[in-house]
Design a protein around this ligand. Structure first.
Ligand SMILES: Nc1ncnc2c1ncn2[C@@H]1O[C@H](COP(=O)(O)OP(=O)(O)OP(=O)(O)O)[C@@H](O)[C@H]1O
Ligand SMILES: CC(C)(CO)[C@@H](O)C(=O)[O-]
Ligand code: BAL
Length: 370
């Protein structure tokens, strides 16, 4: 039963719309395509009308990070296409494909609300179409393989795809490059939008666009963060309160690098050490707690890399700066306490978290002012 506000014992008519007439459903004007030919016809119309198309590929479970990409695309292009597709080939055989969050009804509502917002703000472009393909559409030949040696038509970008994220997720960037190539061939956008959070992905896609002469411009938008600084990510829904608190250690480690850089450190050994000290300190603190209180994590890597190539640096040049990135794996909670706030899945699976910051003198100084 909905609760009614009473005014002098009489239910307020203005406050009881759910009983009389249901709220108007949001009726967005964007189109939803599940197959390629219909989308292509639509895209052809845009071409004829000289509309500039911006494309935001996603795997759904939309959050503010995705919405910021859509907003930016709507400011910079005439028609925004968004795809939602959980691409199997970028998940390794033991990764979390089967449990990846799929939330189409809420995604749809968020897109509809976003469209209203864009319309109110009178942005240059609007959400024009959502592409929701299935795997038969995206992989019309062989069933896609997640095996390292598996067969299929794949795009590989090496050695970039083998390091950092690629070292822990060996088929990841092959899957990303392949599906993004397919999406680019289908949507043919003038601009394609990615988030800085997945920094290595942006390098892989830029390299692919350059090497295969793809006719699109890759735009990278800043990482959107929660109030405490945690990078937004679809996988954050798996973090209950306990793991969520400890998860901030990764950003704190990156900030520690920024701090020693601002104080004058340039050599990798000092910069790397600053991050590792933060990570190992918190790791030991958690390890020492009883199983009913701790949130343990493994450290995958801390990288201090060139801003153009993502090659590891022995020394950071002040004028060039660096990209400092890292990954940790939050381990499952061993003993949930009664009544404890748990994430989706009961904090029973490991969650990989990544983050990065740009190391440069300007941002280091600005950060210390705030
Ligand atoms: N916090 C964020 N800020 C800006 N862009 C983001 C953020 N999170 C994701 N994106 C971008 O959104 C696009 C789609 O990403 P995706 O659907 O995989 O979401 P995700 O949150 O990165 O999910 P996951 O938890 O699997 O990493 C990518 O370009 C990604 O970089
Ligand atoms: C780019 C992408 C949509 C390809 O599946 C995915 O890797 C992501 O969401 O970042
Ligand atoms: N955000 C990148 C998609 C993935 O981790 O699979």
């Amino acid at each position: 039963m909905p609760r009614l506000r009473m005014i002098k014992g009489v239910p307020s008519l203005r406050l009881r719309p759910y009983l009389s007439s249901p709220p108007e459903p949001l009726k967005p004007s964007f189109r939803i395509f599940k197959t390629v030919p219909l989308l292509r016809n639509d895209r052809y119309e845009a071409l004829v009308q000289r509309q500039v198309v911006g494309f935001v590929p996603t795997m759904g479970a939309l959050h503010e990070g995705h919405l910021a990409l859509i907003r930016q695309a709507a400011r910079e292009t005439d028609q925004v296409y968004v795809s939602i597709y959980v691409n199997p080939t970028q998940f390794g055989v033991n990764e979390d494909l089967s449990s990846y969050p799929q939330t189409w009804p809420t995604d749809y509502q968020k897109l509809a609300t976003m469209e209203q917002e864009l319309s109110r703000e009178n942005t240059r472009g609007r959400i024009h179409a959502i592409f929701l393909p299935n795997t038969t559409t995206m992989y019309p030949g062989l069933p896609p393989s997640s095996e390292i040696e598996g067969d299929g038509s794949f795009v590989t970008i090496t050695p970039l795809a083998k390091k950092l994220e690629g070292a822990s997720r060996p088929v990841f960037f092959r899957g990303v490059a392949t599906v993004v190539m397919k999406m680019l061939n289908i949507v043919q956008p003038e601009k394609i939008y990615f988030g800085q959070k997945d920094v290595q992905q942006t390098f892989v896609v830029k390299r692919m666009v350059r090497d295969f002469h793809l006719n699109t411009k890759v735009i990278v938008a800043p990482t959107v963060r929660e109030d405490d600084g945690l990078a937004m990510s679809s996988r954050n829904v798996y973090l209950g309160a306990r793991r969520r608190r400890v998860a901030l250690v990764l950003l704190n480690a990156l900030k520690a690098v920024q701090e020693v850089f601002a104080r004058g450190a340039r050599k990798r050994v000092y910069l790397h050490k600053a991050a590792m000290e933060v990570l190992t300190k918190v790791q030991k603190q958690q390890q020492a707690l009883p199983a009913s209180q701790r949130a343990r994590f493994e450290i995958d890597y801390i990288s201090i890399a060139d801003t153009e190539t993502l090659d590891e640096l022995e020394e950071v040049a002040s004028e060039h700066g660096a990209i400092v990135s890292g990954a940790i794996k939050m381990l499952p909670i061993e003993e949930p306490r009664p009544g404890e706030e748990l994430g989706i899945g009961g904090d029973a699976s490991a969650v990989r978290l990544i983050d990065n910051i740009r190391l440069d003198l300007l941002s280091a100084k600005l950060d210390f002012l705030t």
